[in-house]
Design a binder for this molecule. Sequence first.
Ligand SMILES: Nc1[nH]c(=O)nc2c1ncn2[C@H]1C[C@H](O)[C@@H](COP(=O)(O)OP(=O)(O)OP(=O)(O)O)O1
Length: 159
Amino acid sequence: MATTRKLLTLAMVRQGENILLGFKKKGFGQGKWNGFGGKVEMGETICQATIRELEEESGLIAKAMDKVAILEFEFLNDPVILEVHVYDIVKYEGEPIESDEMVPQWFPVNDIPYEKMWLDDLIWYPEYLKGSKFKAYFLYEGFDKILKHSISPVQELPL
Ligand SMILES: Nc1[nH]c(=O)nc2c1ncn2[C@H]1C[C@H](O)[C@@H](COP(=O)(O)OP(=O)(O)OP(=O)(O)O)O1
């Protein structure tokens, strides 16, 4: 089966012992808490898409960011591979505000609502919170079962 790749962004906003998550009101991942992001559009770089999606969904304006991970998601019997580029938002301006898509809320890093998040978050958030850079792969069956996964630290990630 020929595969197609979809490029997505995910912005992680952490302030010391707290992390900002958004409750997704609609679209892919509806009903789950997640970082902020979406599809990279034509003519846009991954960085530009990250900044745009963060502002659209949370109201925050990224001023400095650092790529921390590339996550690949495959779904059994689905030719589409999601390639999610994850950025740590090191500096931003503004205050979180509710958007059409997301309700933002701060959570202590030791009390992340994993039971209402993607299953894979339980696997890779700890790596992110440690400050590691990594690549990870997840094979899902439906949306509630991970059949296979791998996670490996890397020194550098492509921009
Ligand atoms: N398994 C997963 N774990 C995770 O933590 N984040 C994921 C994930 N799968 C996707 N994401 C993120 C990437 C991206 O930020 C977001 C999905 O964005 P999309 O733009 O595809 O969503 P929508 O269906 O709302 O898109 P639009 O139709 O463009 O509004 O969820």
